[in-house]
Design a binder for this molecule. Structure first.
Ligand SMILES: [Zn+2]
Ligand SMILES: [Zn+2]
Length: 143
């Protein structure tokens, strides 16, 4: 995706949104885009608060925020699809099985399967040399 990323320079990178070179230890977008991103998010959030269950293209039309960006907010669990919004349900799909999901990246089943897989991976370790760990699940809502 990045055409000219030069990660050899410490913290200097191209903004993923506008391409401008900026310096930050972990942000992938520059400060200006970060503010813009937050503004756009607030626009979408307020619109959905006023008109819950709106269709993706309606939100895009009235807020001027692209569907691509709205999808990004959903993936980041900053937004959640309401049950009655079939259009949005069609919009966001589980990255693994393709089932419509209201927020995040995976559906609850794939998420569970995934965490189970990791648990098995660790419990299969016969020797107890390594300290035991457990997974901290911080998923906010179940579907
Ligand atoms: Zn930028
Ligand atoms: Zn799934």
């Amino acid at each position: 995706m990045d055409k000219n990323s030069d990660s050899s320079l410490s913290h200097t990178k191209n903004c993923r949104m506008c391409g401008k070179i900026f310096s930050h230890p972990h942000n992938t977008i520059c400060h200006e885009c970060l503010i813009k991103d937050e503004e756009d998010f607030q626009k979408v959030r307020l619109f959905l608060k006023e008109f819950p269950g709106s269709k993706a293209n309606t939100v895009e039309k009235y807020t001027g925020v692209s569907r691509k960006k709205i999808l990004k907010y959903l993936r980041e669990e900053r937004l959640e699809i309401t049950e009655n919004s079939t259009d949005f349900a069609d919009f966001l799909k589980c990255a693994k099985c393709g089932k419509p999901i209201p927020t995040g990246v995976y559906c609850s089943e794939c998420y569970l399967a995934f965490t189970k897989e990791i648990n098995t991976l660790f419990s299969n370790e016969k020797d107890n040399v390594t300290p035991k760990m457990h997974i901290k699940i911080n998923r906010k809502n179940n579907i």
